[in-house]
Ligand binder design. Structure first.
Ligand code: GDD
Ligand code: MN
Length: 370
């Protein structure tokens, strides 16, 4: 595609940005390549400071101001703006001049050259950065990025999945809208996880300090973020924890059963008894993960996964068995307590191995690869 054929809307969500909106539009007009045909879509949530009116007085006739009444929220504003556009590509940027418009040219280039579905302007790619951030703001941003990378596979190879400055092929959003549930501030996560873009690229940029107005980032925003990520990953870590707790109960009940009814397996033959109990809980955990925790990621035959489950978590099972037996035979601790300590030591290895080795991302939903 040639630059002249590139069709672009620039979507700008605003809430109380009256000092920023005019300079921003000026800067866009100066900095975005004149060869590209673009329009501006401002989505304002009825700002009390009248940002929408200022914007209306400033825009060209091809541009638009969407004034949403009784609706609030950054992510939904962005999605509404993307849907409102009728161009093939959409750039999303903040209104507060923290996202310098001059990077839009580079994003256009990357979209064309690499045929990208999503181009992210990244603060954390080499050459990028932030101006005037407190240590606290940096820690919050880095922490949030880490949480996303741990729980959302689509973000793992991206340096700045928390970016609010990006370009996306409009159809990625339009086609997958029914899967999306935009909440909070981080709409890009929704696009990466639910939109299943094939090619994602990043260009480095410097996030500028805010000159006018205040950030709308609050404690509430951080909590909403964590709920958002949990929603996007299907509450998997929480489910995994619940399955683990039930499995622990199964494991300990088997040992308790042996203790009362087959005492040999809870004394001299504890090594066998604890092995049987571990296997019972492994089977019950497997069934619960299949039908609950990872039900959207079942690909291929379940027996294969059952074997894989055993081999993959073998290090964790052996850790449990060895720890329980060392404690039992070495310190004559009660068999149930020995088994419990074995489980606790073996547990952390388990989650990582299951998530990375067995119920990998790729199958099930959202299987919408082109
Ligand atoms: N329409 C609408 N509705 N716009 C909103 C709302 C809302 O409820 N809340 C915030 N905005 C607009 C602001 O006016 C601004 O243009 C943009 O969304 C970002 O809001 P800020 O208050 O400036 O947030 P920030 O600087 O803390 O966060 C930004 O930086 C992050 C990078 O750390 C956001 O852009 C994030 O998306 C970005 O990732
Ligand atoms: Mn900002």
């Amino acid at each position: 595609m040639k630059v002249e054929d590139f069709q672009l809307s620039i979507v700008i969500p605003t809430y109380n940005e009256k000092e920023n909106i005019e300079p921003l539009i000026n800067e866009i007009r100066e900095e975005v390549t004149s060869a590209v045909e673009y329009d501006i879509v401002i989505v304002d949530d009825d700002s009390p400071d009248g940002t929408w009116l200022k914007a209306l007085n400033k825009i060209n006739c091809s541009d638009v101001v969407v004034r949403r009444i009784n609706l609030k929220g950054l992510s939904t504003a962005i999605i509404d703006g993307i849907l409102f556009s009728n161009k093939e590509y959409v750039a999303v940027m903040d209104a507060d001049l923290q996202h310098p418009p001059r990077y839009i040219d580079e994003m256009i280039k990357s979209t064309i050259n690499e045929n990208a579905d999503v181009v992210i302007a990244s603060r954390y790619k080499k050459g990028g950065g932030v101006e005037g951030w407190s240590a606290l703001r940096l820690i919050v941003s880095r922490g949030a990025t880490l949480i996303a990378k741990l729980l959302l596979p689509s973000t793992r190879r991206i340096s700045d999945p928390m970016s609010g400055f990006f370009m996306v092929k409009r159809s990625i959003v339009a086609k997958n809208l029914s899967k999306m549930n935009p909440m909070g501030f981080k709409v890009l996560l929704e696009i990466l996880e639910r939109g299943s873009p094939s090619i994602v690229t990043e260009v480095p940029y410097i996030f500028r300090g805010r000159l006018y107005g205040k950030s709308k980032l609050r404690m509430k925003t951080i909590i909403a973020y964590i709920l958002h990520v949990l929603n996007l990953c299907g509450w998997r870590p929480i489910k995994f924890g619940i399955v683990g707790a039930i499995g622990t109960l199964v494991n300990l009940c088997v040992i308790a059963f042996f203790n009362y009814y087959l005492p040999a397996l809870a004394s001299g033959l504890f090594v066998l008894g604890s092995g049987i109990a571990i296997e019972a809980s492994t089977l019950s955990n497997f069934i619960m993960h299949e039908i609950w925790t990872f039900k959207d990621r079942r690909v291929g035959h379940p027996y294969k996964r059952l074997v894989l489950f055993h081999t993959t978590i073998l290090p964790s099972l052996l850790t449990q068995l060895i720890t329980a037996n060392i404690i039992f035979y070495g310190t004559s601790t009660n068999p149930i307590l020995s088994q419990l300590l074995g489980i606790i030591i073996g547990f952390p290895v388990n989650y990582v191995l299951s998530e990375l080795g067995i119920w990998k991302k790729g199958g099930g939903y959202p299987a919408t690869k082109k």
